[in-house]
Design a protein around this ligand. Structure first.
Ligand code: XIL
Length: 371
């Protein structure tokens, strides 16, 4: 009995040492890959979104993986407006500060996500004390105060900000968000102006999903031109890159090229690749989209069949071939999460599914995908 316990201990110690020396093992085969940050160090940063689950995890293997693989982090939820300013002018920086300390300790570049977005914005933002819509002037002032306080607080701690998230529709029009409806289309210009005033050294990004759609591409190009025409700083376009096995990578690459041609850098900011069916017509990443659970939409709850695993591998290889090809304009590729078990895609757009969108599986093993 005692000998058995000792054997178990030795095995787990060996596994730990194995993880440190960057060799990752799976039940099927032993595959060893260089850490992502090493592999792409001459090309772009490689990052991961960190949510509360990872931040406050006591799992040292998980933390070792995060340190070993990534040289960039982004806030998964803790820097969004509903979290940082839950009540008007009452700020909560506790979790964001924790993430700053984590990134500093790990020597990772931190990105702030995000200052102005129609989702995860506190209810009070758009209404007065009796529930009536506020005026343009009031909302501009609330937006200014939010940006000044949040970007001001993290000044010097983050390299850049997703200043505005998801403000453009599929057809290139502005999304009719409350910001748009109350302020007008110049809310985007104002947000970039305020962010620059709050932290003049921070890089400023516009971030959106569905960038493989031609309409969105044109809308984003128009936005870059508009910001530049108004003398505003914009450093890069964040292509969220919530992709699926069915995403048209040619269209995706066209957008990447179109943005770079406008003289900005490009980043994949929220990369994941869903292998599950999308129940509606047009896949999107708008977090308000939801569908009811049905078994047929959750086909791989007991594991991913080899042929789908092969498709995922092929997709990731084709995607990273594009990133390598354009590495002169790509500054960062960030995964939206660390491992499949922590991915938001297990809960979006249907709760309770089992998805496999990331490079590390539920046991934190690197998948057999050579990038
Ligand atoms: C997601 C988070 O991962 C979830 O935990 C949260 O419940 C909803 O938001 N686009 C974005 C991200 O810009 O902020 C979203 O993150 C995913 C879609």
């Amino acid at each position: 009995m005692k000998r058995h316990r000792l054997a178990v201990l030795t095995l787990s110690m060996l596994l730990t040492i194995g993880a440190d020396s960057q060799s990752v093992s799976s039940d099927k085969e032993q595959v060893s890959y260089p850490p992502l940050k090493e592999q792409f160090k001459d090309h772009f940063l490689v990052g991961a979104a960190i949510d509360y689950g990872e931040m406050y995890s006591k799992d040292s293997t998980l933390h070792r993986l995060i340190r070993r693989e990534f040289n960039a982090l982004v806030a998964g939820n803790c820097m969004k407006a509903d979290h940082t300013e839950p009540r008007e002018n009452v700020f909560n920086f506790k979790d964001g500060d924790f993430l700053v300390a984590m990134a500093e300790k790990n020597q990772q570049v931190l990105t702030g996500h995000c200052l102005v977005w129609h989702s995860q914005v506190p209810r009070w933002m758009f209404v007065d004390s009796v529930g009536n819509k506020v005026s343009r002037e009031v909302l501009i002032e609330r937006m200014r105060n939010h940006i000044y306080k949040v970007a001001g607080h993290y000044r010097g701690k983050v390299r850049g900000w997703d200043v505005v998230n998801e403000a453009i529709e599929w057809n290139g029009d502005y999304r009719k968000s409350e910001y748009y409806k109350i302020i007008g289309e110049d809310f985007i210009r104002l947000a970039f102006q305020f962010a620059h005033e709050a932290d003049p050294d921070a890089e400023l990004y516009y971030n959106d999903y569905g960038m493989d759609s031609p309409g969105k591409r044109e809308g984003v190009v128009r936005l870059i031109r508009d910001l530049k025409a108004h003398g505003l700083r914009i450093d890069a376009i964040g292509m969220q890159s919530h992709l699926s096995l069915w995403t048209n990578l040619e269209e995706y690459e066209k957008s990447l090229i179109a943005f770079a041609n406008e003289g900005v850098k490009v980043m994949a900011t929220e990369l994941d690749v869903s292998v599950l069916p999308w129940p509606g017509e047009m896949p999107n990443a708008d977090i308000s989209t939801s569908f009811e659970y049905q078994e047929k939409y959750n086909p791989y709850r007991n594991g991913l069949p080899a042929e789908v695993e092969a498709k995922l591998k092929d997709f990731y290889e084709r995607l990273f071939a594009i990133y390598r090809k354009h590495s002169d304009v790509i500054t960062r590729v960030t995964f939206w999460g660390v491992h499949d078990g922590g991915s938001w895609l297990n809960g979006f757009p249907i709760k309770g599914r089992t998805n496999y969108p990331l490079l590390f599986d539920r046991q934190l093993r690197r998948k057999n995908i050579a990038l």
